[in-house]
Design a protein around this ligand. Sequence first.
Ligand code: PGA
Length: 257
Amino acid sequence: MNKSVRKAVIAGNWKMNKTRPEAKALLEELAPMVKDIKTVEVVACVPFTNLETALEATKGTNIKIGAQNCHFEKSGAFTGEISADMLKEMGVEYVVLGHSERRQYFGETDETVNKRTKAALAAGLKPIVCVGELLWERECNITEEVIARQIKLDFYDIPAEDFAKCIIAYEPVWAIGTGKTATADQAEEVCAFIRAQLEKKYGKAVADAATIQYGGSMNAKNAAELVAKENVDGGLIGGASLKAPDFTEIVKAAENG
Ligand code: PGA
């Protein structure tokens, strides 16, 4: 394994937060704070309504913009949905897919995550695909089974050259928004397991080059320990991405990790 062959990515997942003026203010505060960051990709995944504002506010900066979901069809009678092509045309680069909140509250399944991932790739977006076990599943000692199944299904029929454009975010569901971070060792254990699954599916070179983030109550205090781990290549940050100084600390930790 060789951490230096892959890029660390710190992505903020703003979830359903921030109006347009608030989004503009946050990104304008963040941009000068992260302007000298070179080795870490800095991404803000904002609500659909903020995408245009966010793209405008980050023009000429090193902050990339992502959405938090996209539909799997190209167009049609899907009231309330947004297609991958619509995002791409705006200049959006990343899209979060299969977040546990979408799986939990909006009926998202591995099958639809797989279809959305394919649609995002076809449109030229970079998917950040979320996987992770429930607390109950961890207690029953089936974390690895759950993760292996998600990797198999979410990336079903996705060839290596397309997979290379994807990021995986390992987010134990019990750690999201709960303040209960996985220990660095727990995060490392599962991220290493994910990489081993990828090696089986795509071979060693592709697995070694894959960015695998940790997500779940990652913050300015615990980030350094998490991103220092061999198989943890950055993070998907919810709560702490809403405060520019906290988010910057995490980005800096990844630059040093
Ligand atoms: P959190 O969210 O950092 O607030 O726990 C992480 C996520 O859901 O991506």
